[in-house]
Design a binder for this molecule. Structure first.
Ligand code: PLP
Length: 378
């Protein structure tokens, strides 16, 4: 099957005798057994479900569905992107180990790595991942993992995943990639050599800004470990959110196709205006498109507060990836935990606006930004 067909039919195996067209929601905390032998079957691996924190059909579907599109053998869902990342990291690293992460990380991941992992005894250092020499210099005897993002936030740097994965293998390290921004529709890091692929399913996988979820994908052994961390740390996803995630996932290909095309048009339109500080939009993500995020730096000629006040129907929200176009202010939200000197070095400025392009008509999206720019011109 090609991507769009595979995407819509990911959940076709209906496992009940009553053939409901969609998967029922197993809104239950546990599964019942007929007798002790029946229950023993679970512990012998002959039955899949016992207690929802440990596993639930709706939650498992989301993990498997995303893994399938990533072309990875296994996947596990969790309560958030951050807990999927934590599960993946703890599958590889324990107290006394060291991780090297890219310095242009999503702010929440930066907070997890710089603020929380050290309390677990895991050391993290940050390096400029566009410079492989800098990564090699950061490697220590106790380094176990290289961590990066396939397309970074908000500057949209496209990672050389093959290069990073082969560098890691050369030094006996694992590679983990956050693939939230491009999704498997555009990039499949596992096929490029990454050991683990993480998603904030809160974003494009869900796609409708109505749930918080995460997925971690990779080979069976590593995902089994990551899943155990998610289960034993209590970071499991609830059945209804798993079901919502699956419903969203079915239209991933359609949404990404449309949103990427709209983003390309908006980036070209804003570039043509020629008055902005800068328009960031990558041109080498994939043959299917380059993603649905456009970041603009308003430069000196526009008032950033006036811009945000004049966006009409475009919502100001500290997230991305919904079907509606929205904007966020990275310095005030996702990059709040990132120290100013790091932000300055990366080029994340106070005049920067990150646009998450939706599925509306491209002309209406362009007109909304034209109006906001005109109203905020100094
Ligand atoms: C949102 C996001 C996360 C964190 O996901 P949550 O679902 O909010 O926990 C991680 N990485 C990236 C790139 C994100 O955009």
């Amino acid at each position: 099957m090609k991507f769009h067909t595979k995407n819509v039919h990911f959940q076709d195996k209906v496992d009940t005798k009553e053939v409901s067209k969609t998967k029922p929601i197993y809104q239950t905390s546990a599964f019942s057994f007929t007798d002790l032998e029946d229950m023993e079957d679970f512990f012998q691996g002959k039955k899949d479900f016992m207690y929802t924190r440990v596993g639930n059909p709706n939650t498992d579907d989301l993990g498997k569905g995303v893994a399938d599109l990533e072309e990875a053998p296994a996947g596990a869902a969790s309560a958030s992107g951050i807990s999927a990342i934590l599960g993946g990291v703890l599958a590889v690293a324990k107290a006394g180990d060291h991780i090297i992460a890219t310095e242009d990380l999503y702010g929440g991941t930066y907070q997890l790595f710089a603020g929380e992992l050290p309390d677990f005894g895991i050391e993290v250092s940050f390096a400029d991942f566009s410079d492989h020499g800098a990564i090699e210099e950061a490697i220590r005897d106790n380094t176990v993992l290289l961590y990066t993002e396939s397309v970074t936030n908000p500057l949209l740097r496209v990672e050389d995943i093959k290069g990073i994965a082969s560098l890691a293998r050369k030094h006996g390290l694992k590679t983990m990639v956050d693939n939230t921004f491009p999704t498997p529709y555009l990039i499949r890091p596992y096929t490029d050599g990454a050991d683990l692929v993480a998603h904030s399913a809160t974003k494009y996988i869900g796609g409708h800004s109505d749930l918080s979820a995460g997925v971690i994908c990779g080979d069976e052994a590593l995902v089994k470990k990551a899943r155990a961390k998610i289960v034993y740390l209590g970071a499991n996803l609830g059945p209804f959110d798993g079901w919502l995630g699956c419903r969203g996932l079915k239209t991933l290909a359609l949404r990404m196709e449309r949103q990427s095309a709209n983003a390309r048009k908006l980036a070209d339109h804003l570039t043509k205006r020629g008055v902005l500080g800068r328009v960031y939009y990558p041109n080498s993500v994939s043959e299917r498109g380059h993603g649905a995020i456009v970041t603009i730096d308003l430069g000196e000629k526009y008032d950033v507060h006036a811009f945000f006040r004049n966006l009409d129907w475009v919502k100001v929200v500290p997230t991305l990836a919904g079907v509606e176009t929205s904007v966020t202010y990275p310095v005030g939200t996702s990059h709040r935990p990132v120290p100013k000197e790091t932000r300055d070095r990366l080029g994340v400025t106070e005049q920067m606006v990150r646009i998450s392009v939706g599925i509306e008509d491209p002309e209406d999206i362009q007109a909304a930004f034209d109006r906001a720019l005109e109203a905020s011109r100094k």
